[in-house]
Design a protein around this ligand. Structure first.
Ligand SMILES: Cc1cc2nc3c(=O)[nH]c(=O)nc-3n(C[C@H](O)[C@H](O)[C@H](O)COP(=O)(O)OP(=O)(O)OC[C@H]3O[C@@H](n4cnc5c(N)ncnc54)[C@H](O)[C@@H]3O)c2cc1C
Length: 301
């Protein structure tokens, strides 16, 4: 089956990209289902502009419902290879082969976990990996931020405006940049726990999250926020692109990352604010770039 463009990933960025490509009259294949999206884990999304609060899954279904007959749906991508100067050969989980001149990688990223007992059970219920998404649960409460890098600093700063008290714990003796600690101290409601690593999490009967630490102490928090970074989900596409520690490096600082190869959304290294609205915008911008490049190379669309 030959497509004009294959979009790998059916999260917000991939579906937004597919919507714009379809509008340009292109024949688009989308691989994967919305259920694998990070957003599917959000119990309620309150901050997507122009739409009422709804669950992340409902928002993804809303996006999916806007895609029409110009889009075909396929199982997840299990291999993708450049076969000659002009095209990619892509195989889905059912063994179906697709061929396309253009591939858009929209496979998102996965927040890192500590791998300690209790965290899988508490995710979304006392444990969050996204301060901007779940800040509402911190309002007026005592919260713990785990991490000492940039994400932890941003999260603690944001949460200090919502929570009664923010404790930041980190493995090392200080945050990666000491000026971050000064900034947080000045907020008046932020404290630090150094050389301190959570070893297990559990939920108490009164709805708190109990955290045990490696110094054998334990403490209760209303919400725990992991802020230890995330990893780009590349799987079978990893060999096609250049990556740094944050994800795919776009050659042009935008979305092109190879010959006929593009990326959008949170899988991109330059994707700094990981929100649904920024992922949708990235998908739209990427589609416009693809259409413009196809037109420049003589494709009528
Ligand atoms: C718990 C939680 C709550 C959140 N709450 C909010 C919120 O309230 N508001 C907000 O704006 N943002 C929220 N976010 C952030 C939001 O989910 C992300 O910004 C957004 O999902 C990023 O979109 P994306 O398209 O880049 O990646 P994703 O949405 O993660 O989509 C990636 C897609 O690629 C697919 N994929 C991966 N590998 C393959 C493959 N090999 N083949 C085919 N498909 C593949 C995945 O299955 C998935 O469908 C939340 C995130 C989390 C984790």
């Amino acid at each position: 089956m030959t497509k004009d463009v294959v979009v790998v990933g059916a999260g917000i960025s991939g579906m937004s990209c597919a919507m714009y490509l379809e509008q340009a009259g292109l024949d688009v294949g989308v691989m994967g289902g919305p259920e694998g999206s990070q957003l599917a884990n959000a119990p309620v999304v309150r901050n997507y502009p122009g739409l009422p609060p709804m669950s992340g899954y409902e928002l993804l279904e809303e996006f999916k419902s806007r895609l029409g007959d110009g889009v075909s749906w396929h199982e997840e991508c299990i291999s993708c290879n450049r076969v000659d100067e002009g095209s990619y050969s892509i195989e889905d989980g059912n063994g179906r082969k697709l061929s396309s001149r253009v591939v858009v990688i929209a496979t998102g990223r996965r927040p890192r976990l500590l791998g300690i007992p209790g965290e899988r059970e508490l995710l979304g219920n006392g444990l969050s990996t996204c301060a901007y998404c779940d800040g509402a649960f911190a309002e007026g409460g005592n919260v713990l931020v785990v991490g000492g890098g940039r994400v932890a600093f941003d999260s603690a700063l944001y949460l200090s405006g919502l929570a009664h008290h923010v404790m930041v714990v980190m493995r090392g003796t200080g945050m990666r940049d000491s000026t971050w600690e000064d900034t947080l101290y000045r907020r008046g409601n932020v404290a630090f726990g150094r050389q301190s690593v959570p070893t297990s999490l559990s939920r108490t009967e009164d709805g708190k999250t109990c955290v045990s630490f490696d110094n054998r102490q334990a403490a209760m928090y209303d919400v725990v926020f992991y802020a230890i970074g995330s990893d780009a989900s590349l799987g079978p596409l990893a060999d096609l692109v250049e990556v740094d520690s944050d994800g795919i490096v776009a050659l042009d600082g935008g979305c092109q990352c190879g010959n006929g190869l593009y990326a959008c959304g949170s899988v991109l290294s330059g994707f700094k604010v990981n929100q649904a609205v920024t992922a949708a915008a990235s998908g739209a911008a990427c589609a416009c770039q693809v259409v413009s490049d196809l037109r420049a190379s003589g494709t009528s669309c």
